[in-house]
Design a protein around this ligand. Structure first.
Ligand code: GLN
Length: 475
């Protein structure tokens, strides 16, 4: 069985009875066992998945199955699933058992998806390479000496290596789009507010969004269809109607206006990636799309604004992990203050501590105006740049990462270098707009190159349509 086959391809085999969901689960579990060195999963629900699949096969035969019946999914370990351990890739939550289901988990179950396991990730979703997990790094499926990208590396690799049909990740500054790009699959960050964050452990609440990884754009659209929509348990979830995403995929880009922001094709970008994107631009133009150069003048401030605001929010969100309420508590403390200090010092990893310190600093009384407040203002300017561009074009086409997958360890000693690999992705989270990552070829070493499309708020449809076109049209 080809476990990298898209759901769209094998769906008909399920309804005709030629294949079963249970057999699919079996096939994914064997790839998972064969490729354990990738370190993509933190926990696997083998027997539960088999049991669920059997029940779904009965529903398929009876014609009563939900829209995702037959889809086997992996979910990032930052999503709460009742009765299962939710670690967020951190030692501080090593034994933390979730007491309720995240909204997206409920929705997947209602749609008859099978959840096969929870995936490895950078600790509290902080990272760009998936080397910050307390449970070891995730490896790139094509070259295990390289990073798969982060922070949703496990969810990405689960799909890229054929261990699940699709998966869920979270994207605060690129954590879905960036690994998808480095591993050559599709990954989407929906508009802020499109998908409920209820049950998503918060990193930076005004940036975080949950989204799908998939082999194809159509599969991505199917998952988004199920997880999108208003939820009263998340006060930032939007009351915007959810369109039919598959119906939005028309196969044509004729007349679509696509903006190319000149600041994103800067010196940081590898020449091979630039060439791959230029090839795609030529194809789009040949099929009737109008390509327009646009400017996002505040682009040079995106990394600084993002790392000030995201760390500020993180320092506040992570205050709850104090040794008293959740998970890990250090031994041997003499009093309460020492218990807090020891638990946090021993429970958090280096990158998380670095960010708590930075975030606390930019929020502190003497520095709030100079850093936090200033960064909020810059955030608005960056958002305005996008709104201005979207008065002229329907979407933007950009790179995802400045380079293809880099070596494990290459950027670990220099956090600033690591942060710079997010240069093309964090702006979408600052502006709250949707973005999708779609494969755009390979470099000379055969490593995947990703292309990013950014859209207007709540206009995931346009992105899915163009991404689908790019996926299927090679000349
Ligand atoms: N690399 C970025 C960071 O470390 C984004 C992470 C994410 O999207 N979760 O903050």
């Amino acid at each position: 069985m080809n476990t990298r086959e898209p759901f769209d391809t094998y769906r008909s085999k399920l309804s005709s009875g030629e294949e079963t969901c249970e057999a699919r689960v079996g096939a994914y579990l064997s790839v998972l066992a064969e490729r354990q060195t990738l370190n993509a999963f933190l926990c696997v629900f083998g027997s539960e998945a088999h049991e669920q699949a059997r029940a779904i096969d009965v529903k398929i035969a009876a014609g009563t199955a939900g829209p995702l019946a037959g889809m086997v999914m992996a979910v990032k370990d930052v999503l709460c699933m009742k009765g299962t351990i939710t670690t967020c890739g951190s030692k501080i939550l090593e034994h933390h058992e979730a007491v309720y289901d995240a909204a997206v988990i409920e929705k997947l179950r209602d749609a008859d998806a099978v959840i096969i396991g929870k995936t490895n990730m950078d600790e509290f979703a902080m990272g760009s390479s998936n080397e910050n997990s307390a449970y070891g790094p995730v490896k790139h499926p094509l070259d295990e000496t390289r990073v798969p990208g982060g922070s949703s590396g496990g969810s990405c690799v689960a799909v890229a290596a054929g261990m699940a049909t699709t998966s869920l990740g979270s994207d605060t500054g690129g954590s879905i789009r960036q690994p998808a790009g480095l591993c050559g699959i599709v990954g989407m960050k929906p508009t802020y507010g499109r998908v409920s964050r209820y049950g998503l452990v918060a990193y930076a609440s005004s940036f975080d969004q949950i989204g799908p990884f998939a082999q194809t754009v159509r599969d991505c659209a199917r998952v988004l269809q199920v997880i999108a929509g208003h939820d009263e348990r998340d006060s930032t979830s939007a009351r915007v109607p959810v369109p039919d995403y598959l119906a939005a995929i028309t196969g044509s880009v004729d007349g679509v206006k696509i903006g190319v922001p000149k600041e994103y094709f800067n010196d940081a970008l590898s020449a091979e990636i630039r060439r791959a994107l230029e090839t795609k631009i030529v194809i789009l133009e040949a099929h009737g799309a109008e390509i327009i150069e646009v400017s996002l003048p505040h682009s040079e401030y995106t990394i600084a604004a993002y790392y000030i605001l995201a760390t500020a929010e993180a320092s506040s969100n992570l205050a709850r992990f104090d040794g008293a309420r959740y998970g890990f508590r250090a031994d041997g403390a003499k009093d309460l203050t020492e218990m807090y200090t020891k638990s946090r010092s021993e429970g958090f990893g280096a990158e998380v501590k670095r960010r708590i310190m930075l975030g606390t600093y930019v929020l502190s009384a003497g520095y709030y105006d100079a850093y936090y407040k200033k960064a909020q203002r810059v955030r608005r300017l960056i958002q305005n740049d996008f709104f201005e561009a979207f008065t002229k074009v329907d979407c933007l086409l950009t790179p995802i990462s400045p380079t293809t997958a880099f070596k494990l360890g290459e950027k670990m000693s220099d956090p600033l270098q690591m942060y710079l690999s997010d240069i093309y992705t964090v702006s979408a989270n600052l502006a709250g707009i949707p973005g999708i990552s779609v494969p755009a070829g390979v470099d000379a070493q055969g490593l995947p190159i990703g292309l990013q499309l950014l859209g207007k708020q709540f206009d995931e449809s346009t992105l899915l349509n163009i991404a689908d076109f790019l996926e299927r049209t090679h000349s």
